[in-house]
Design a protein around this ligand. Sequence first.
Ligand code: MSP
Length: 511
Amino acid sequence: MSYYITTPIYYVNAEPHIGHAYTTVVADALARFHRLLGEETRFQTGTDEHGEKVLEAAAAAGLPVKEFVDRISARFRQSWDDLDISYDNYIRTTDPAHVRVVQEILTRVHESGDIYFGEYGGLYCFGCECFYLERDLVDGLCPDHRVAPTYLKEENYFFRMSKYQDWLIDQIRTHPDWIRPERYRNEMLAFLKEPLEDLCISRPKSRMAWGIPLPFDDRYVTYVWFDALINYLSGLGYPGDKAYEKFWPAQHLIAKDILKPHAIYWPTMLRSMGLSPYRRLNVHGYWQMATGKMSKSLGNVVEPQVLVARFGLDQVRYFFLREMVFGLDAHFSEAALTNRINADLANDLGNLLARSLGMAFKYRQGVVPSPGDPAPPDAEVVSAVQAMAANFLRLFPGLEFARALAGLWEFIGHLNRYIVAAAPWELAKQPEAAGRLDTVLYHLLEGLRWIAALLRPVMPRSALKMSEQLGLGLALWDHPLPQVLRWGGLTPGSRLAKGPALFPRIEAADQ
Ligand code: MSP
C-alpha cells in the first residue's frame, strides 16, 4: 500500500500565513498517520513561482525576479521546518527538472492534437491571471478580486478541455468520494451543466515573460496553472522515475479557492496525457478572521511562526485539527486558541498525565504495576478505548479530524472520571487494596499509552514526550498502529520517567 499526499504549491508573491500553514499541517498529519499505519508514504509541498502576480511582487520589492522567488520560497520552506512538517519533497516550479517535464508534456499534448492555436477575446482578470465568462462575474466584477476585468483580445494556444467534459461528468458521478466533501463535488457537477470552454494555456511574452517557454512557439510562455498543476507529477520524477509508478495516483489537499483548476483543468489534462486521474481531491474551507478574509490589505495576516512562538507548536497543530470541521469555514481567534489550550490540553490531557504519573511514582516508585482481574469499571476503560481507537482509525484518514479528536477527548474524560471514582488515594491507605490499586494504575497508564500512540500525527513532539514519560519513547511506534493498539502493551515492571508538565496554561495576561 502506498500513499501520496500533496499540498497546493504556494504562490511566492506573499509570505506564509496561517491559511497556508493549516493546509500544510493537515497534509503533514495525514502523512504521519499513514506512515504509522506502515504504508509507504510520500508527502510533497512547494512553491508556485511563475506568472504575473509573482513578477509584480518582485518589482514591488525592487528585486530581480529570480532573487525574489528564491527568497520567498526559502521563507516558506523555513516556516514548514519550524512547524515540524515532514515533507519528503519540496518542489519549486523554477526547478529545471520541473520545467523540463512541463515542456515534455506540452509537446506531447500538442502533438496529440489537444493543443491548438487560436484567437480569443474575453474578460481577463489580471489578479487571477485568467479569462472569465460573463456568467462567472459577480455584479460585473471578478468574484475573487472584486475588480472589473479588462477586455483582452489576443492570439494564444488552447487546450481542448471541452472534449473531456462528458468523461469528467461521468468520472465525478461514478466516483462519489473522488471530490470530497460532497458539497464541492456537487458544486463541480453544477458547474459542468454548462458547456465547458477550452482552456487558454499560453501568455504572449510581449505581455508577460515570466513563465516556462512553450516548446513549440518561443513567442509564448505557459499559463501558470498549466505549469503549476504538473508539479504533482514532476515531483515524482515522472515520466522516468520509479516513484511515479509507486505513488501515483495522488491524494490532493486544497482549499475551496482553487477547486476549479483542480477539479476541472487537472483531471482533463491528465486524461489528455493518457494518465489515470488522481485518487482524491480533498477540499477544505477558509479560516476567517473577525475582520473578514485574511489579506495583506486588511492587515489581519497571522504569521505561523508568531503564533507558534506565543502558543507552542503542538498547541497550534492541535487547534487547527480540532477547531475546523474539514470542508467548512472556521473562525480564527486567539481567544478560541487559548481556550482549546487551557481546557483540552492543560486541564484534560495534561492533568490526566500528571496525575497518573504522579500516583505511579508516589505509590509504586515509578514502576508499571501488574494488573489483577479487571472489575467492571476497568473493563469499561478497555472497551471505551477500543471503541474510540476504532473510530479514530476510520475518521482520521476520512479527514474528520475534529470528530476523531473529540472522541479521543471523550476517552480522556472517561479516564479522569475513572480516577475520581476509583479514588486511588483511598486505596493507597488500605494494604488489602494493593492489588486493586495496581489494576487501576495499570489501566490509567495503558490508556495513556493508547492516547500517546494516536496523538503522534497531530502533536508529534508532545506524543513523544508522553511516550517517554511512560518509559517507551520512540519504541511505542515500532510496529504499525493497529498492532500498537492492543490492550496490554505496557509491560509490568517497566520504569516510568518523570517529566515537566506538557501543556502550560496560557494566562489571561498573555492574551
Ligand atoms: N499557487 C496556487 C496553487 C497551485 S497548486 C498546483 C495558489 N497558491 S496560494 O498561495 O494562493 O495558496 C492557496 C492555498 O493556500 C489554498 O488553497 C489553501 O490551501 C491555503 N489558504 C490560503 N488562505 C487560506 C485561508 N484563509 N484558510 C485556509 N486555507 C487557506 O493558489
